[in-house]
Ligand binder design. Structure first.
Ligand SMILES: Nc1ncnc2c1ncn2[C@@H]1O[C@H](COP(=O)(O)OP(=O)(O)OP(=O)(O)O)[C@@H](O)[C@H]1O
Ligand SMILES: [Mg+2]
Length: 273
């Protein structure tokens, strides 16, 4: 997708964040355009999760501003941020393991202003169409699902709030490559329906293959920003920012079954030769 000339959907400007005396973010700025897919990559401890937490109101930055859909959201509580249209699937999913699949989906629906039963049913059905396995497991406790099914439920629960921006921290965590590819495929469908997506992903090649643009974080600061396809096609660039291991991984085939019709596809083909 070409970068449109419209106002960004999300505009993060020079935020700093601390955990007690430890500064975790240093002047982080990033933008997401409506309908865009963004990756945030970087080494362990670079500040990826912290960046997501400041956006969703779980951690308050000490400096800077955050705008969503033309309005300031810095200082809002997490529930207010969800109501504005940002859904965050945290690292480790944080499902209610003793509750059923359907009850977890209901928990994701609370933010809707018109909490009518008919609206819940309609939204649940839309979300379950994306994950037919969850329909089969509707009455099963979330804690008894497989890891992949739990991650599907995590994404599904986030989508229950009907977000304009979906933020996902480590989609692939602990999952088999085939399941991860399925999940990325679903994110692609969600994005094609108009929802912007921001992912944090430890597997750099997956992150770049499934997004339009990417930001690289190091020691709490943005050190590189660019088109994902261009970064993917440049292992030396990846190695210089993220190490040889990440660059090696970027040479492997892209895990998605159906890569998007972007230049990422062309880049992937070129690399395979
Ligand atoms: N609750 C906390 N208390 C103190 N320091 C923290 C806390 N959470 C994170 N940090 C520190 O903040 C920095 C950024 O952490 P963050 O979790 O954002 O990194 P990350 O890029 O998500 O890493 P990973 O890839 O390991 O998930 C790290 O130095 C980390 O040790
Ligand atoms: Mg993290």
């Amino acid at each position: 997708m070409e970068t449109p000339m419209t106002e960004p959907l999300l505009d993060v400007q020079t935020i700093d964040a601390f955990y007690g005396p430890i500064q975790a973010l240093r002047g982080v700025s990033l933008q997401i355009n409506p309908g865009e897919r963004i990756a945030l990559v970087g080494a362990n401890g670079a500040g990826k999760t912290t960046t997501l937490r400041t956006i969703s109101g779980l951690l308050q930055p000490t400096n800077g501003s955050i705008w969503f859909d033309g309005k300031p959201i810095r200082g809002l509580k997490p529930n207010q941020v969800v109501q504005r249209g940002i859904a965050h699937l945290p690292e480790g999913r944080e499902l209610f393991s003793g509750l059923t699949v359907e009850e977890n989906l209901r928990a994701g629906f609370w933010s809707q202003r018109k909490k009518k039963e008919a609206n819940f049913t309609a939204q649940r059905d839309r979300v379950m169409d994306l994950f037919p396995i969850l329909r089969e497991r509707a009455k099963q406790a979330a804690g008894t699902l497989s890891g992949g099914e739990q991650q599907m439920l995590g994404v599904a629960r986030a989508l229950m709030s009907n977000p304009r921006l979906l933020i996902v921290d480590e989609l692939s965590l602990g999952l088999a490559p085939k399941i991860v590819a399925q999940l990325f495929e679903i994110l692609r469908e969600v994005n094609e329906a108009g929802c912007a997506i921001m992912i944090v992903e430890q597997f750099v090649h997956m992150a770049l293959a499934n997004t339009d643009r990417a930001y690289v974080l190091a020691k709490g600061a943005v050190v590189l920003e660019g088109r994902s396809a261009e970064m993917l096609a440049d292992p030396k660039l990846i190695a210089s920012y993220l190490g040889e291991e990440a660059a090696g991984a970027a040479e492997k085939p892209v895990p998605t079954k159906r890569p998007r019709k972007t230049t990422a596809k062309t880049a992937a083909k070129t690399r395979k030769r």
